[in-house]
Design a protein around this ligand. Structure first.
Ligand code: SME
Length: 162
């Protein structure tokens, strides 16, 4: 079982808002990938215009562009709501970046009240994500949104120290 409490404190320690946002997302992807059990992909897609673009991640190479409204990621982004898919084979329009993936959890990232992108977690196990995982991962996604939001502050433009 994943210890989300520890994961949240590690995230806070590893990713202060003053660090560069790309570096923070890269470390967040690595932290999640190495802390959440039984997953094969963890990472971010960033909103650029009317599509999501692949951001920092851990796992196999993934599709670079996802139109809003397409796939699990684009659907979550369009609705602005988390989407837990227990069997990706039964999700119409699922985009199979890694054919081994069987379940998927996607959480929109909100920064300053706007959609910034999504956090995407995949597993090769069908039904991998329990309510507890959904809650824990949603809390992580909210934390990441706040880290990015605080980092956006105009008087906090240090470009990533240390
Ligand atoms: N399966 C996702 C695409 C991204 S990869 O899983 C990393 C989707 O349907 O949106």
């Amino acid at each position: 079982m994943t210890d989300y409490r520890t994961l949240k404190s590690e995230l806070a320690a590893l990713c202060p808002p003053s660090f560069d946002p790309t570096a923070n997302l890269a470390n967040a992807a690595s932290l999640i990938f190495n802390s959440v059990d039984d997953i094969n992909w963890a990472g971010f897609y960033i909103l650029r215009g009317d599509r999501l673009v692949l951001g920092p991640f851990m796992g196999r190479p993934a599709c670079v562009y996802i139109p809003i409204g397409k796939g699990v990621c684009g659907t979550s982004a369009e609705k602005g709501k988390p989407l837990i898919v227990q069997d990706v084979l039964s999700f119409r329009g699922h985009i199979a970046c890694d054919s081994a993936s069987r379940s998927e959890a996607v959480f929109p990232l909100s920064v300053s009240g706007r959609l910034f992108g999504v956090m995407d977690i995949d597993s090769t196990t069908p039904g991998r994500f329990s309510d507890e995982d959904a809650r824990g991962l949603e809390e992580i996604s909210v934390m990441i949104g706040k880290i990015l939001e605080e980092g956006e502050h105009p008087d906090n433009d240090r470009g990533g120290e240390s």
